[in-house]
Design a protein around this ligand. Structure first.
Ligand code: SF4
Length: 455
């Protein structure tokens, strides 16, 4: 799969303190660690931009690299998501420096959606103005609940009043695309509490609301306390989910994904990219990437080979240095170690994560060693990609497009999944309408059951 556009994720792992339910890669850190991290992050962004330029030079194999030098047309970024952690612990200047590194290294589409996650308790009006001036055009505020009692129970660093103030500051700073993050099914939360949180959030009028149910993740304090946590029962939890869409609809929000609601035209483009299989590159500690295996011989840090082929200098005696990579003629040949050349099983995409070890990540900028955690590398065959296309696509209320499936895989969804589709159509959980296949309302409640069938 050749790609011209992709998404960029940038991970800022710092938080003021850890929340009781959180298993994200995040932790408190001093200013000196933050500074070293930002240097390492900018180095990764610049090195990746450079590698992408070299890759693109190699991708047109009809002429030599020497002939094509200077003609590079960089691939474009359609959306950027700065997540965490709490990226807003950084200063406006620090975020501006990260964005400058991105713009120097990649071509960012002029209308790209550029989101940053932010938490109340780390924001002020000047910081928000600086974030906006740095090109951030969408801010996602971690509110989680409108009740102080619940915020305290979660270990959040902010009060309801601080959230409201942050929201107003964001508007005053010029943010006209705001997401408010909420969590349902909290310890001690009643259905009435949840309704109140939804009404309060929607009455503010953010462009987007995310509402996820609490999940007890292993290794978190909440998980350790699972036997004593006063969690809502299953029926209440289901009622919370089912009422969310109808309450938010009354304020003009449309549910476009299992847990996401937006005013018309304000769905999160970045997440839609994830759910429709757009390639992405992740920068920063533990960040995940998803990249076409055959995209012009892309070799992230030399760790992943494309589609059963290796791209090598024609003059094999030349050491692959920065310089020889730039100037050498390349030939493409099957990799001797490849076991992936059987028809239909060649990897279409690769997925991998950067290391989660902070010291290793910080050292990589200096040692030039790989940032990739090789144990995370997954090569996805066409059947893997088709299954992901269905599973992630069905998360969206519009479901999947049959035409897009055909374009990507050269087959009809019915040819591959006809039996499963008919089974769940007959059960009233799936619906097919013209180009779309999507979950019905009943299907959404049983989404996991339906999705598992495509694996
Ligand atoms: S602020 Fe977010 S990332 Fe940080 S600890 Fe809390 S939930 Fe985790």
């Amino acid at each position: 799969m050749k790609t011209n556009t992709f998404e960029l994720y940038i991970h800022i792992p710092f938080c003021i303190r850890k929340c009781g339910y959180c298993d994200f890669l995040s932790f408190p850190a001093g200013k000196d660690v933050q500074l070293r991290y930002l240097k390492a992050l900018q180095a990764e962004i610049r090195e990746t931009g450079e590698r992408l330029r070299r890759t693109d030079l190699r991708s047109d194999r009809s002429r030599s690299v020497k002939e094509r030098r200077g003609e590079w047309n960089p691939e474009r970024i359609t959306s950027i998501f700065i997540g965490g952690g709490t990226p807003s612990v950084l200063t406006g200047d620090q975020i501006a420096a990260v964005m400058a590194a991105v713009r120097e290294s990649f071509l960012v589409q002029s209308d790209a959606e550029i989101t940053m996650e932010a938490n109340p308790g780390t924001l002020d009006p000047e910081k928000l103005r600086r974030f906006r001036a740095a090109g951030i055009n969408r801010i996602s505020i971690g509110c989680q609940s409108m009740h102080d009692r619940e915020l305290v129970r979660m270990g959040r660093i902010h009060s309801h009043a601080e959230f409201l103030q942050s929201y107003q500051w964001a508007r005053q700073a010029g943010f006209d695309n705001i997401n408010v993050d909420l969590i349902a099914a909290l310890p001690g939360q009643t259905l009435a509490d949840w309704r109140d949180t939804l009404h309060t959030a929607a009455a503010l009028g953010p462009e987007h609301i995310s509402a996820y149910n609490l999940i007890l993740e292993e290794g978190t304090p909440f998980y350790e306390q699972r036997d004593t946590l006063d969690l809502p029962d299953e029926d209440t939890e289901r009622a919370m989910y089912e009422e969310t869409a109808s309450i938010l609809a009354a304020y003009g929000y449309r549910q476009y994904e299992l847990s996401n609601y937006a005013k018309p035209g304000m769905a999160c483009r970045h997440n839609q990219g994830y759910w429709t299989g757009i390639p992405y590159l992740g920068m920063g500690l533990g960040a995940a990437s998803y990249w076409p295996a055959d995209a012009g011989g892309w070799l992230p840090d030399g760790s992943v080979r494309p589609a059963g082929y290796s791209v090598r200098p024609s003059d094999e005696s030349a050491q692959p240095t920065e310089d020889t990579l730039r100037t050498a003629e390349y030939t493409v040949r099957p990799a001797e170690d490849s076991v992936l050349l059987k028809t239909g099983t060649e990897p279409q995409m690769v997925r991998y994560n950067n290391t989660s070890e902070l010291q290793q990540y910080l050292a990589a900028a200096r040692t030039k060693e790989s940032r990739i955690d090789s144990s995370t590398i997954e090569r996805l065959s066409q059947p893997d990609c088709m299954a992901e296309f269905m599973i992630l696509g069905l998360r969206m209320t519009d479901g999947i497009s049959k035409a897009e499936f055909r374009r990507r895989f050269d087959r009809e969804p019915d040819q591959v999944y006809g039996e499963i589709i008919r089974k769940y159509q007959n059960a009233g959980l799936l619906q097919c309408e013209e180009d779309r296949i999507f979950l019905t309302g009943a299907g959404q409640s049983l989404a996991n059951v339906v999705m598992m069938e495509f694996l």
